[in-house]
Design a protein around this ligand. Structure first.
Ligand SMILES: [Zn+2]
Length: 88
């Protein structure tokens, strides 16, 4: 799990997501399934009680606090959906 502070920390993960092009499946708002090398990973995007945006992924990298490409792929969908909700 990591705290999303800015898009900068995702630069490498976004580049990898663009290369790998994982499948992102919508489960519900803030919850996505992303395809990886060993099946699907679950990515949870939410705001914690202090107002921090946290992103959790079930892969090994994210367990160590790294911004993985699954999270980057899910976030690009999540941010688009969040924007739609705000303007709706
Ligand atoms: Zn991951």
């Amino acid at each position: 799990m990591f705290i999303l502070k800015g898009i900068d920390q995702l630069t490498n993960a976004i580049a990898k997501a663009k290369k790998v092009r994982p499948r992102v499946e919508f489960d519900r708002f803030g919850r996505y399934r992303v395809s990886g090398s060993k099946g699907y990973y679950m990515v949870i995007c939410r705001k914690d009680e202090r107002g921090y945006k946290t992103v959790a992924c079930t892969c090994k990298g994210a367990e160590k606090g790294l911004a993985c490409y699954h999270a980057a792929a899910a976030l690009s969908l999540h941010i688009g959906l969040a924007r739609q909700q705000q303007t709706a």
